[in-house]
Design a binder for this molecule. Structure first.
Ligand SMILES: NC(=O)c1ccc[n+]([C@@H]2O[C@H](COP(=O)([O-])OP(=O)(O)OC[C@H]3O[C@@H](n4cnc5c(N)ncnc54)[C@H](OP(=O)(O)O)[C@@H]3O)[C@@H](O)[C@H]2O)c1
Length: 303
């Protein structure tokens, strides 16, 4: 679909970068929307890439940058997820057909996830605005992507296991089955949504690269190097309470720690819908699940 122009906000970020690569690799024309004075200098020039610095709080700044754009993909940082309304309003005003909001994680339709401050509340608020816009203008549609945990990124960042050090915090015991996705599969899902706009209109799509447990990943590591692990167990309800306290403290660091804590509560508790296997859109969006050997190799790549 080379004639389609996609605007990508947060193209310089953890998930924005692989999505940008996938879009350019599929010959889309891309407009990267970057904050004024933000990270745009990190973007490599490409013949199909236009970079526009914008004020994300201003519809007047955003609307002209979105003229001629058919699809907006928002990959803005977690702490900016609650501020997507001007981007949504500008997209609708510019005649954008599909808006993919910054979500890319836990199940934003699960009643408990919806109550998680920062992550859940921002997603609910954003979807509310998207629904309002699509009701008043049926040509404007949205798709939110729920992919569970960023699998390779969370291993790299030692968020769910520290494989090199053989240490881990096992949430709710470490045997909770959770959905997780490779960044490359999330990028593939974005391409899939653009290719299947009718089937994905005005809903959340669910994907995962694998349904796994923390203990399963540790087993794969042990099989390869035989070393013992140093682990502690943590209840995610305790983590939720700590995150509420960090949020109340109000500093930037506290808010970021709280956002991570709330995300982990949604990722490692089946009541929060962290197992997507009964309602996956993998087939529609062209996502193949990893087999045991591929998962073993992934873990091995961090040993
Ligand atoms: N499921 C998971 O495990 C998981 C993990 C991480 C993130 N996520 C989700 O993925 C989405 C994107 O997160 P990310 O980690 O890829 O984002 P990120 O790397 O932290 O930031 C992405 C980009 O957002 C832009 N930005 C806009 N407003 C910002 C602000 N107030 N502060 C900092 N940057 C801002 C920046 O780009 P410019 O400077 O170019 O404007 C930045 O490079 C979010 O919805 C997040 O919740 C999910």
């Amino acid at each position: 679909m080379p004639s389609i122009r996609v605007a990508l906000a947060g193209a310089t970020g953890n998930i924005g970068a692989p999505i940008l690569e996938a879009l350019l690799g599929s010959d889309f024309n891309v407009t990267a929307l970057s904050r004024i004075g933000g990270n745009s200098s990190k973007l490599k020039p490409h013949p199909n890439l236009v970079i526009k610095e914008v004020d994300f709080s201003s519809i007047e700044s955003l609307t002209p940058a979105l003229m001629g754009v058919q699809v907006v993909v928002s990959c803005v940082a977690t702490m900016a997820m609650g501020d997507q309304n001007p981007l949504i309003d500008a997209a609708a005003a510019a005649g954008v057909k599909r808006f993919i909001p910054a979500e890319f994680g836990i199940d934003s339709q699960n009643p408990l996830c919806m109550q998680l401050p920062i992550v859940g509340v921002s997603k609910v608020k954003t979807q509310q605005r998207l629904r309002e816009k699509s009701r008043s203008d049926p040509g404007f549609t949205y798709t939110a992507i729920a992919n569970g945990l960023f699998l390779d990124w969370c291993l790299e960042e030692t968020i769910i296991l520290d494989i090199p050090k053989h240490t881990a915090t096992l949430y709710n015991g470490g045997d909770v089955k959770f959905s997780a996705s490779l960044l490359s599969d999330i990028a593939k899902a974005v391409l899939g949504v653009i290719a299947h706009q009718d089937e994905t209109a005005n809903r959340v799509v669910y994907i995962h690269s694998a349904l796994i447990t923390q203990n399963q990943l540790i087993r794969y590591a042990k099989e390869q190097d035989g070393r013992e692990w140093d682990t502690i167990v943590k209840d995610t309800e305790e983590l939720r309470q700590e995150s509420l306290a960090a949020q109340a403290e109000g500093s930037k660091g506290g808010m970021e720690a709280a956002a991570l804590g709330f995300s982990l509560c949604g990722m490692f508790n089946s009541d929060y819908g962290c197992d997507f296997s009964s309602h996956l859109d993998n087939k529609l969006l062209g996502i193949k699940e990893l087999n045991e050997d591929e998962l073993r190799k992934l873990v091995g790549s961090f040993l």
